[in-house]
Design a protein around this ligand. Structure first.
Ligand code: ZN
Length: 147
């Protein structure tokens, strides 16, 4: 999505956790613990991917997008499809999205990334906080344009 900002990627943490699982330092049941809510969200709001589950390697992962933010009111904390996120991004100023991947086979799940979406995208111009320039030359630019 092109309005994504303040993206935080959790790929490193994911890789580190998987390394621990493969090495037997973390039990599979500890990481394959998708809640009933997450499984339901994956079923109804998830986006299919072509990434194989890193644990069971039998199922493709589903990505679930959770939304948070004051503007969402009672919708905060709910899962939304990508299409819904796109339309929310044009109507709201700012909200947080958490992307969780989940395997519908073995229940592996992990936070993939988080980012902000919304219409507040354009960075504030810094002119408002700039110190006043010495002299009064700026008044020339305010002179009324001749017809
Ligand atoms: Zn799996």
């Amino acid at each position: 999505m092109r309005t994504q900002r303040q993206v935080v990627d959790f790929a490193l943490q994911r890789r580190a956790l998987l390394r621990d699982v493969y090495a037997g330092r973390v039990a599979v049941r500890e990481v394959c613990d998708a809640s009933a809510y997450l499984r339901t969200a994956a079923r109804f709001h998830g986006e299919p991917t072509e990434d194989l589950c890193p644990i069971c390697r039998r199922e493709f992962l589903t990505r679930v997008h959770y939304i948070y933010g004051d503007e969402l009111k009672q919708s905060a904390g709910q899962a939304r499809t990508l299409a819904e996120l796109t339309s929310l991004a044009t109507t709201l100023r700012e909200f947080q999205v958490f992307v969780v991947e989940v395997c519908r086979g073995c229940q592996w799940n992990h936070l993939v990334e988080q980012f902000l979406l919304g219409d507040a995208g354009t960075p504030e111009a810094t002119t408002g906080t700039a110190p006043a320039a010495p002299g009064r030359r700026s008044s020339t630019s305010r002179r009324r344009q001749a017809m």
